[in-house]
Design a protein around this ligand. Structure first.
Ligand code: ATP
Ligand code: MG
Length: 412
């Protein structure tokens, strides 16, 4: 029997309409959670209810489907997981956090038993592509969605991903898989980074996972499947015996840094262990530099953690005195220059703002995207729309307010 979920304002009950008998019934979310969701994800209904009441799981309608979104992890279920309450409950698990190593040696030998696959870590934003069974879909018509990190369907990414890649055959054949990848390039509203081979916008898949269990495919299977469907995969630098990996990665990371790329993700080829990440000095500095344009809008932990990464990298890379001086200089410049510039700008009456240009089909689409950004809590306005180009202006309010105050003589 098909169930058509109807919205109810209360958080404790749903209405549903049975299309066969046209009867609307009301069921309590408690029963629903107990019967169906518990079986699927193994979380007790009381725990789920408690989380919904606390707001760590959000309940709302997305694509007209009642949806549970995990704002925080619960038990084994990661933050960013979404559960669509259709006839067949559909679960798309959150993308797991990747831990960082500050040193390659001895960390890699301690962590990996045998071999280490070194993939490029691309600097963009995390996207999960999946297909969703919607009640209105016919057999060969599936709905493909793009979820960003927290589990929101992003309208911009959903559209662009399908323009960039032919996803329908993959998802028709593999409805239970999720393509996890990075949206990269300069023309996106989240993380702008120039890659020679990408230009404006591109997508690179780095993992393929099972929807419900989050189990990743092995590196071999992933690469083979992506090749079969003509889908773009991240660069693989090589698979090394763990004893050689640190030395190899040192060389790779130096090169990556010189090319203004971000870093590497190290994976056990079978994907039974969680991956680790490691990044280049240039990437640390680029982020520090960016954040010091808006110093009061980034938490202190943001700066501290990047300085720590540089400290350990300087130790391990055994820089010559000259190289070490360059590393130190790079960091100092990444702090002072952008900060001085923003203080000068604000002193001259400018504001701490950041413009990004994205390509859209029309003004409505640009406005829909702005609504999405506001739902995410981002402070931004549509500054301009002209001929398919939308200028999105982010406003860094704390930086504006604090710097203005100090310039007027306010005390720190
Ligand atoms: P989080 O670890 O929670 O995503 P973060 O913002 O600190 O937070 P990053 O430091 O960018 O994340 O590192 C992890 C992210 O790197 C992944 O979430 C993924 O989006 C991205 N990434 C890029 N390339 C790869 C890759 N080859 N394999 C896995 N992840 C990759
Ligand atoms: Mg990243």
């Amino acid at each position: 029997m098909k169930i058509d979920w109807r919205k109810n304002n209360s958080l404790t009950h749903f209405f549903y309409l049975c299309p066969q008998c046209d009867l609307i019934s009301e069921i309590s979310i408690e029963n629903f959670l107990e019967e169906k969701i518990h079986q699927k994800v193994g979380i007790k209904s009381e725990k789920l209810e408690e989380a919904i009441k606390k707001g760590t799981i959000k309940f709302y309608h997305s694509l007209n489907i009642p949806t549970l979104q995990f704002k925080k992890g619960l038990g084994k279920i990661e933050e960013g997981t979404v559960i669509y309450l259709t006839n067949n409950i559909q679960v798309i698990r959150g993308f797991p956090k990747i831990r960082r190593t500050l040193l390659l040696s001895p960390s890699l030998e301690n962590y990996f038993p045998d071999q280490v696959a070194v993939e490029e870590k691309m600097n963009g934003y995390n996207v999960r592509l999946a297909c969703l069974e919607c009640e209105s879909d016919s057999k060969d018509d599936i709905t493909i969605i793009a979820l960003t990190r927290g589990g929101y369907i992003c309208p911009f990414t959903t559209k662009k991903a399908q323009e960039l890649m032919d996803l329908s055959t993959f998802f028709q054949d593999n409805p239970d898989l999720v393509l996890c990848g990075e949206m990269v390039g300069t023309a996106n509203p989240y993380v702008s980074h120039h890659y020679e081979e990408i230009g404006n916008l591109g997508f690179r898949v780095f993992d393929i996972r099972q929807k419900l269990t989050n189990q990743p495919l092995s590196l071999d299977k992933k690469r083979k499947l992506l090749e079969d469907y003509g889908l773009p995969v991240v660069r693989l630098y090589g698979i090394f015996p763990v004893k050689e990996a640190s030395e190899k990665i040192k060389e790779i990371i130096k090169q990556i840094g010189l090319e203004n790329r971000e870093g590497v993700v190290m994976k056990q080829p079978e994907m039974e262990l969680s991956p680790l990440k490691y990044t280049s000095s240039q990437a640390h500095n680029r982020e520090i530099k960016y954040a010091f344009n808006f110093p009061f809008d980034f938490g202190r932990a943001f700066f501290f953690s990047r300085v720590i990464r540089e400290g350990f990298q300087a130790y391990e890379m055994e820089d010559s005195p000259e190289e070490l001086r360059k590393r130190a200089q790079r960091m100092g410049e990444s702090i002072i220059y952008p900060m001085l510039k923003i203080i000068q700008d604000i002193a001259e009456g400018d504001s701490a703002i950041e413009d990004t240009i994205i390509e859209v089909d029309n003004q409505d689409e640009a406005e829909e995207f702005m609504r999405h950004l506001h739902d995410l809590g981002v402070s931004a306005v549509l500054e301009d729309y002209n001929d398919g180009k939308a200028v999105i202006r982010r406003i860094h309010q704390s930086t504006n307010d604090k710097i203005r105050n100090y310039l007027k003589g306010g005390l720190y």
